[in-house]
Design a protein around this ligand. Structure first.
Ligand code: ADP
Ligand code: MG
Length: 477
């Protein structure tokens, strides 16, 4: 397998690139779903992780679809590419590969939904193994989660749940929402990690919605759905991440049953998504209404103190890995002041800095600004406003904005209005009722109807679909 992937990789990147970066890449271990490769230096590891991990992962997946994840390890005398003994397992679990586990920021294919750390082939099962589902990242604990005013309530609720014994269900389901990079996954995994290491040893399942879908689809294909349901029936705590991705009628149906069953038997359910439960429009109404029956808490962006502390903690962890690493305090606070978007951009900035310091030990604040320019203000993609959509669409079809939101139903205005509603739904996170309100107080079913109609038309009418593309471009200008 490794040979085949190497050959493909060579063909993709060319002989020269291959020789410089992959000549010393070796296969470390291979389980059904996880491939570990090793390189001799930390530098090579970051380089490959930053630039080629996605390519390598997809090459492996093309050869062997069951593979979910590829990790790069550094082989040294102590944590070598040789088989690992019991005493070393823990050390490895805390060491280098962890930091590289979740680098990709692009859209996540299902295969990558299973993120985080799987300790390399331990002889003894580590304490923290969820019963079933996506592996947990050992770094995501309550201890490493920085508290601030933006997440205090969510953190308190999460801790209560992790500490509560079976039957002591306090907020059920707990629904945590925020935009991307603000710590949902971290918090959810902290709950799972803490519950797993508690003395009660509850049966915990942590899943991303994508993994749930994939797992159910495979089980149905393999006529194994019954035993899967049996397994899920007997758990104490279900943690589901990225709920907004749950799709498909039969899968949602299964999920609905599971949710009802767990909630009715007072088992704890925790869910995270990028929006509030009532805004999850693609969700089956029954699922949505059960999710709305619990407690929903929103997390907001970290303030300066929190950002600085997140960076400082990262640095501590990095230093434990490699004592020679350091970043001066003024650079750290400069970054915390300027990278304001989310934990994810901070993480990106931090990794860049660490990486750069290897070549440029004398990094100045000015140089840091240059390096991180693309991250400043990132993560806050310019919000498209419904007013902008109405303005652009009205202009394009030569009607007034007033007419667009009026109750007139003449042909000249009906179609542009429907297009504007459709664009509002696709380009903003606004709900159907909200869009209805913004279009002269129309009912949400009217909006739904408009969106469906334009969707259908776009699928069959090339001219219209080009027009819509054009409008999107105009709106984003
Ligand atoms: P989300 O799931 O909301 O998109 P993540 O949990 O993946 O966000 O967070 C993105 C990154 O930022 C992670 O590396 C996470 O550890 C870090 N992060 C976010 N919020 C915090 C926090 N409050 N304390 C420590 N790290 C955080
Ligand atoms: Mg997440």
């Amino acid at each position: 397998l490794f040979e085949r992937v190497s050959t493909r990789l060579k063909a993709q990147v060319g002989q020269d690139v291959f020789a410089s970066w992959f000549g010393r890449l070796k296969l470390h271990s291979y389980s059904k779903t996880v491939v570990r490769l090793s390189v001799p230096t930390t530098f090579l590891k970051s380089w490959i992780n930053n630039r080629y991990l996605e390519l390598i992962t997809s090459l492996f997946q093309q050869e062997e679809p069951e593979i979910l994840k590829v990790e790069i390890l550094v082989r040294t005398a102590t944590r070598g590419a040789r088989p690992v003994g019991v005493e070393e397992t823990a050390a490895i679990a805390d060491a280098a590969p962890v930091a590289q586990a979740r680098r990709s920021t692009g859209p996540q294919p299902i295969a990558q939904a299973v993120s985080g750390l799987t300790p390399p082939a331990p002889l003894r099962q580590p304490a923290q193994t969820p019963l079933f589902g996506s592996p947990l990242d050992a770094r995501y604990t309550f201890d490493s989660f920085v508290e601030g005013s933006s997440n205090r309530v969510a953190l308190a609720a999460a801790k209560t749940i992790a500490e509560a014994g079976a039957g002591a269900v306090r907020f059920n389901p707990l629904f945590i929402h925020s935009s991307v990079g603000l710590g949902k996954t971290h918090l959810l995994q902290a709950i799972a990690n803490a519950a797993l290491s508690s003395a009660r040893s509850p049966r915990v399942v942590y899943l991303t919605a994508e993994y749930f879908m994939w797992r159910f689809a495979t089980a149905i294909r393999d006529n194994d759905a019954l035993s899967l349901k049996e397994t899920l029936r007997n758990i104490d705590l279900l943690v589901i991440d990225d709920m907004q991705f749950l799709q498909g009628n039969s899968i949602q149906n299964e999920f609905c049953h599971l949710l009802n069953m767990l909630l009715d038997s007072a088992k704890q359910v925790v869910v995270a998504a990028d929006r509030a439960p009532w805004e999850l429009e693609s969700l089956d109404p029954r699922v949505r209404s059960r999710l709305q029956g619990g407690v929903a808490i929103e997390m907001e962006g970290p303030d300066y103190e929190m950002r600085l502390e997140i960076l400082q903690r990262r640095l501590e962890v990095a230093k434990q890995e490699d004592g020679s690493l350091d970043i001066p305090a003024e650079i750290l606070s400069h970054v915390a002041r300027n990278i304001t978007a989310s934990g994810r951009e901070l993480e990106g900035a931090f990794n860049q800095l660490l990486f750069r310091r290897t070549f440029e030990p004398q990094l100045t604040v000015e140089r840091v600004d240059e390096l991180l320019a693309h991250l400043v203000g990132a993560g806050e993609p310019r919000r498209v406003r419904i007013e902008d959509i109405q303005r652009v669409v009205a202009k394009h079809y030569n009607v007034s904005r007033q007419e667009l939101v009026s109750s007139r139903r003449t042909r000249v205005v009906v179609m542009p209005r429907q297009i504007a509603m459709y664009l509002s739904k696709t380009l903003t996170p606004r709900s159907f009722p909200e869009i209805g309100r913004r279009f002269g107080g129309r009912d949400h079913t009217t909006v739904l109807h408009a969106v469906r109609k334009i969707e259908d038309l776009v699928a069959s009418d090339t001219k219209l679909s080009h027009e819509i593309e054009l409008l999107k471009r105009l709106i984003n200008e």
